[in-house]
Design a protein around this ligand. Structure first.
Ligand code: UN1
Length: 486
């Protein structure tokens, strides 16, 4: 079994604790590697390496940093197939989706590489004569990145690429369910010429490695994607650091009575069961106009019956395993809860008796918004149908959850589409398309409990990793006072 180290100051090293953990292939339950259980001591070393590397990295002209990001994109493209298979082996998603995950990393690398020649500030007039005013973007310093396993290359890339182009140095703590993807990704950054100490990688648990990173006084910012509970803990423990959070969703698809039902079925299948429901953007609630409920349910059930559950490496697989045993237990507990709450189970509902962590694609109907299965993020292959009487009830249902990440409406009415764009309380709204499939040059993030107002990717994604400095240059040769002070 290969044993992997931490990357600190350009060297692959063993941690202080001497303890290790294994990452399992969720399709077989077999381990694929041994990794370091790091603790505060290792985090301290990594932060100090990042701090040491910061002035040098900040001084590299941004277009030159951009060249390295272009090289990262090139290397990712070259190794796309290898990385995609590794993802499937380590966290289970269907191989075709794993390719998409690597592609998303290539896309953001290229997008942020080009930012090396922009990183735009703005100029603006002064209220005084002979004074020039402008803003510039500066790096924050050492940034801590804490990432999940469900997009084990794309999400680290969403954070690493803007952080790097802006001139930050990094301590990266990946999920313990996908450390090997993180390690292989970081090796590509090394190969592309990112200097030693600029990106440091420390594996280990959230409690023993993530916690000390969040609390470290020399870390200027934390970017986290994961659960709401951990996100709240971070805001309470990060002190005055810049904190960027993406904390999941309970994303609705509204299906109106004037919708193309077959198109909507495609969207629900893709949004609800792709990545086995393990996306922050997964469509876990489908709010259906009662007039079309029966017809929609029938069409959807027929299609769910055809989904092929299996090892993600099989190109015919639609739905891979869940990531680990805990995820299977959690999904199962929500099936029981749904039944107890009075929802009607249409199909699925059971773990699959074979090696690995498989669960049947599951559909509930006759659900109502007061049920926990319609309120809580399950992160498994469960979709709930919620009947409504009309448009305004649909919007109310869509908005009556804590989260606000993604949302969608299927309708042929222009008026309803635009109303929904205006009224759905979420960071993303799709019209006649599913809740998943965000593109990297648009901002990604959500309202309410999905986060703290930051956005990743797109031009807005740079804000999380930069400080904006206001600059005043006075060329009058005398002391000038603003605010009309004489
Ligand atoms: C996530 O699940 O956290 O829009 C990210 C999508 C993907 C990203 C999902 N591009 O579904």
């Amino acid at each position: 079994m290969p044993v992997y180290g931490n990357l600190i100051g350009g060297k692959w090293v063993k941690p202080a604790s001497g303890r290790t953990f294994e990452s399992l292939d969720p399709a077989t339950g077999r381990p694929i590697g041994t990794f370091q259980s790091s603790t505060e001591k290792d985090i301290k070393k990594a932060v100090s390496a990042a701090r040491k590397a910061f002035p040098g990295w900040k001084a590299v002209p941004a277009p030159e940093r951009g060249q390295m990001l272009f090289r990262i994109a090139e290397l990712l493209r070259k190794d796309k197939e290898g990385l995609a298979s590794l993802e499937t082996r380590e966290m289970g998603k269907a191989i075709n989706e794993a390719r998409g995950d690597v592609q998303e990393a290539i896309d953001i690398a290229e997008y942020m590489a080009a930012e090396g020649r922009r990183l735009l500030g703005h100029t603006t007039p002064s209220e005084l004569p002979d004074r020039f005013c402008a803003t510039i973007k500066q790096p924050v310093g050492v940034f801590g990145l804490i990432t999940p396993w469900n997009f084990p290359i794309a999400i680290p890339a969403w954070k690493l690429m803007p952080a790097l182009i802006a001139g930050n140095t990094i301590v990266f703590k990946p999920s313990s369910d996908s450390p090997l993807c993180a390690i292989e990704f970081v090796k590509i950054l090394e190969k592309a010429g990112i200097p030693p100490g600029v990106v440091n990688l420390v594996t280990g648990s959230g409690r023993d490695a993530g916690g000390p990173l969040v609390k470290h006084k020399d870390v200027g910012g934390i970017s986290f994607t994961g659960s709401m509970e951990t996100g709240i803990w971070i805001t309470q423990n990060a002190g005055l650091k810049k904190v960027g959070l993406e904390l999941g969703g309970k994303n609705p698809i509204i299906v109106m009575d004037d919708a193309d039902l077959d198109l909507a079925v495609d969207g629900v299948l893709w949004g609800g069961y792709a990545t086995t429901g393990q996306r922050c953007t997964a469509a876990s609630r489908v709010i259906v106009h009662e007039k079309v409920l029966k017809a929609f349910e029938r069409k959807l059930l027929a299609r769910i019956g055809k989904l092929k559950v299996g090892n993600g490496m099989d190109p015919k697989t639609d739905v891979g395993p869940l990531v680990n045993k805990a995820a299977v237990d959690k999904t199962e507990s929500y099936v029981k809860l749904g039944k107890d709450e009075g929802a009607r189970l249409c199909c699925g509902g059971k773990r699959i008796a074979r090696k690995g962590f498989f669960f049947q694609p599951t559909l509930f109907t006759n659900c109502s918004m007061d049920m926990k299965i319609c309120q809580e993020e399950i992160f498994g292959p469960i979709v709930s149908l919620i009947p409504v009487k009309g448009f305004s009830q649909a919007i109310d249902a869509a908005n009556s959850v804590d989260y606000g990440l993604s949302s969608a409406i299927y309708t042929s009415s222009m008026k309803r589409a635009f109303r929904a764009i205006e009224l759905m309380d979420a960071g993303i709204t799709y019209v006649n398309s599913s809740t998943i499939g965000a593109e990297v040059h648009l901002p990604f993030g959500g309202t309410k409990a999905t986060g703290n107002g930051t956005r990743e990717a797109g031009i807005e994604g740079l804000n999380e990793f930069t400080e904006t400095k206001a600059v005043y240059i006075d060329y009058s040769g005398r002391l000038q006072k603003a605010q009309k002070i004489k």
